[in-house]
Structures are given as structure tokens and as C-alpha cells.
Design a protein around this ligand. Structure first.
Ligand code: NAI
Ligand code: MG
Length: 396
């Protein structure tokens, strides 16, 4: 395969630090690529009124593969207040650039692997029968629908007439919400379509098939949210029956699932959920395998794919010099990119190197040592971001 061009979008805060580290590791592992820089994030909202500028969109459309660090989003009042004065009142509206990116490019399939690295002091442990301490090996891929559901952005405060009138045609709305003055009414919708629900389910089934797993767990709440969760479950059951005869569908509710996470997480290998519940259950699983410092993800669409750690920009840590944050989540996201591109050998090399560093336990970032994330954490034995990157490179 010839030289690739990757759109590198560091974004804000620690996004800049961890992406730089991931590129260093990719280079050292022999991935033949050049990186073009894509502007994204808060700075571009403040100065241009657009956190996902057109020029960055063009780069992604051209090169198709992106590595993304993290962005900063702020509450509504700050969003307006921090906009450059000459842009204020000109009708600019803030939308999270990563959510916009997922929607614009149909990056509807989000994959969040949660796998135990042996020796990670943050691994989940539990007390088994007779008081023995068990450390289950977790190997779960969470498929989260990325573009619909509660994050679809179709919402109102003080809904306009047509919306209000439509809601009033529903008995439950008349019975339970008619009393509320309209300016005091906020509505966020949870939209599922058969097409995109089917796509995320198919991705989950295909993954299960390729890995030899015989169960796909749909984690929703179909007993209460009957239309949308119900649609996902029903489609999954039909798909299993008609197209994946060796795979069965397990149906769990998001609330119960969060409890089961700490009881028997090793029994779940392929989970699929809508946007909101997928976000929740994947963060829950991430907590069992080392937390945000290890949680990586892929956003995959029909043409474009973007890989990112699930953590945010952690603004407090951004100014630390040297940086102390854990680059593993970003580096493992880069591994997902390599797998997507079919660069299996380099992908394996990097993930094995991460595994070795973790298992050896000689180089650990502050989060792995359960130290407070203070600027002097490295003086207490924690590795800096750079030292962690170096250790991984040494083990390639
Ligand atoms: P966050 O993920 O940025 O940080 C939460 C805490 O997790 C940090 O204070 C730190 O203790 C720890 N942490 C995160 N990444 C770490 C790493 N690599 N190594 C070690 N520790 C790490 O979430 P928070 O504080 O809720 O949000 C900060 C900003 O990030 C907000 O503006 C938020 O909107 C944005 N955000 C962006 C996301 C994205 O770009 N996809 C996702 C989540 C939040
Ligand atoms: Mg999340």
C-alpha cells in the first residue's frame, strides 16, 4: 500500500498532546503516511463562528481518514459570551463539531472496544466464592449508533405551533403535559430509522461472526421505550433469524446492564445500542478496563472514518508542562484506524507494545497509579505523556 494521507485534527486541550504522541508511535511503527492538519474546536468557534470550518471538512472529504483528539464544548451562555465581538449577534449557532462531523458524513457506526490489558492496576476485580479475588478478562466491542437517537439534535424549548399541535395529538401528551406553559416546555426527540438501526445491527452481527461470538446483546429499554428501542430489538431478532443462524440475540435493559457490568462483564462480547445508551454502556465498560486513559473508538461511515479517544479535552490538564495525561486511548484509536485500513501487522505491533508496557508496569501515567492529576504527578513516579509514548515505541 502506498503512502496514506491522514487528516490530523488535534482539537483542544489534551487532544493536541495525545494526537502528537499517537503520530510519533505510528511513525515509529513504520506506518507510511503523511498528516495534514485540520483546524477544529473552540478556538475556531470563538474566532470564526464555526468550530468545524469548511476547510477542515474539505480535507476530510478529500482524504477520507481522520485522527481526532478532542474538543471543548461549553454551556450555552459561555458559547455566546466567548464569540469574537464582531461575530456576536450575527446568527452563529454552536454545534459540537464532532457531533456535526458524525452527522454530516454519516459516521453512523461507532465502535468502542473495551479489552483488559493484563497487569493494568486499574483493571476491574471482584470477590469470588470463598473470598478469592477474581480479575475477569474483558473483551467487549460496543457498537453505538452514532447519528440518531437523543443526540440527533432535533429539540426545542417552547416548541413552535406545528410541533406543539402535533404533540397534542398524542393522548399521553394531553394527559400528562398539557398543564405546562409552553415557554416552560423542553422537548428532545429520540429518533430511530430502520435504515441506520439496521446498519449498526449488521455491523455488530458481522463482527460477532468474524470473531466467532454466538451472541449479540441489544442493550436498550424496549419494555418502556417501545417504539425506538422496540424497533432495534425486533430488527435484531429478525436479522439473527434470517441472516445469522448461528448467532442469538440477548436483550438487556440499559439500567440492569449497568448493574451487571460489575457482576459478569466477561460474558458480554458484542453489544449494540442507540446513541445515548451506547454512550453510557461504553463508558461503563471503559471503567472496567482502565478508564478514559484507555478508551478508544472509531466512527465509521460509508466513505469517511474518524478515530478518536472517548475522553474529552480535559482543559485543566492542557497547560501542564510536561503533560501527564495518558496517551494510550489515542494510540489505541490509531490502532483501530490501522485495522480499518487493513494494516494489520502494524496495528498488531502497536497494540502488543501497549500491552507489554502495561504488563511490565514500569512506566505508568498518573491515572494508572491512582495519583491525583496534579502538575507534579511525575515527581511522584508517574510517567509523563511523552515517557509513555517513548516506552511504547521502545517495545515496538
Ligand atoms: P474529559 O474526558 O475531558 O476529562 C474528564 C477527566 O478524565 C479529566 O479531568 C481527567 O481526570 C480524566 N482524563 C481524561 N482523559 C484522560 C487521559 N487521556 N489521561 C488521563 N486522564 C484523563 O471530560 P470532561 O471534563 O467532562 O470534559 C472536558 C471538555 O471536553 C468539555 O468541554 C467537554 O465538552 C469536552 N468533551 C469532548 C469530547 C470529545 O471531543 N469527543 C468528549 C467528552 C468531553
Ligand atoms: Mg461519553
Amino acid at each position: 500500500m502506498g503512502k496514506r494521507t491522514i487528516v490530523a485534527m488535534p482539537g483542544d486541550g489534551i487532544g493536541k498532546v495525545v494526537l502528537e504522541e499517537a503520530i510519533r508511535v505510528l511513525d515509529a511503527a513504520g506506518f507510511d503516511a503523511e498528516y495534514v492538519h485540520g483546524d477544529i474546536g473552540w478556538e475556531f468557534w470563538c474566532n470564526e463562528g464555526d468550530p468545524f470550518p469548511l476547510r477542515t471538512q474539505k480535507l476530510l472529504e478529500q482524504h477520507k481518514i481522520g485522527l481526532f483528539g478532542a474538543i471543548t464544548s461549553k454551556p450555552k451562555d459561555k458559547t455566546e459570551a466567548e464569540l469574537a465581538s464582531e461575530l456576536k449577534g450575527k446568527g452563529f449557532t454552536y454545534y459540537s463539531p464532532i457531533v456535526s462531523m458524525r452527522q454530516k458524513y454519516d459516521l453512523d457506526i461507532c465502535m468502542r472496544p473495551c479489552r483488559t490489558f493484563k497487569g493494568n492496576p486499574l483493571n476491574f476485580i471482584r470477590r469470588g466464592f470463598g473470598g478469592v479475588i477474581e480479575e475477569p478478562i474483558i473483551d467487549t466491542m460496543i457498537f453505538r449508533q452514532n447519528t440518531e437517537c437523543l443526540y440527533g439534535g432535533v429539540e426545542w424549548t417552547n416548541p413552535p405551533d406545528q410541533v406543539y399541535d402535533a404533540l397534542m395529538t398524542h393522548k399521553k401528551f394531553r394527559d400528562n403535559f398539557e398543564w405546562c406553559p409552553r415557554p416552560e416546555l423542553a422537548v428532545s426527540t429520540r429518533i430511530f430509522t430502520k435504515k441506520y438501526t439496521g446498519r449498526i445491527l449488521r455491523a455488530a452481527f458481522e463482527y460477532a461472526k468474524s470473531r466467532g461470538f454466538t451472541t449479540v446483546t441489544v442493550c436498550e429499554k424496549p419494555n418502556v421505550i417501545r417504539e425506538t428501542s422496540g424497533m432495534m430489538l425486533k430488527l435484531a431478532q429478525e436479522m439473527a433469524k434470517n441472516e445469522y443462524p448461528g448467532i442469538s440475540v440477548q436483550d438487556t435493559n440499559i439500567d440492569a446492564q449497568m448493574m451487571w457490568l460489575t457482576k459478569n462483564p466477561e460474558t458480554y462480547h458484542v453489544m449494540v445500542a442507540g446513541n445515548m445508551f451506547g454512550d453510557i454502556v461504553s463508558d461503563g465498560f471503559a471503567g472496567l478496563i482502565g478508564g478514559l486513559g484507555f478508551a478508544c473508538s472509531a466512527n465509521i461511515g460509508p466513505e469517511i472514518a474518524v478515530f478518536e479517544p472517548t475522553h474529552g479535552s480535559a482543559p485543566k490538564y492542557a497547560a501542564y508542562n510536561p503533560s501527564i495525561v495518558n496517551p494510550c486511548a489515542m494510540i489505541l484509536s490509531a490502532v483501530m484506524m490501522l485495522e480499518h485500513l487493513g494494516e494489520m501487522e502494524i496495528a498488531g505491533k502497536i497494540s502488543n507494545a501497549v500491552a507489554k508496557v502495561v504488563e511490565e508496569g514500569k512506566v505508568m501515567t498518573y491515572d494508572m497509579m491512582k495519583l491525583p492529576g496534579t502538575p507534579d504527578a511525575f515527581s511522584k513516579g508517574a510517567a509523563t505523556t511523552r515517557q509513555m509514548g517513548d516506552a511504547i515505541i521502545t517495545h515496538l
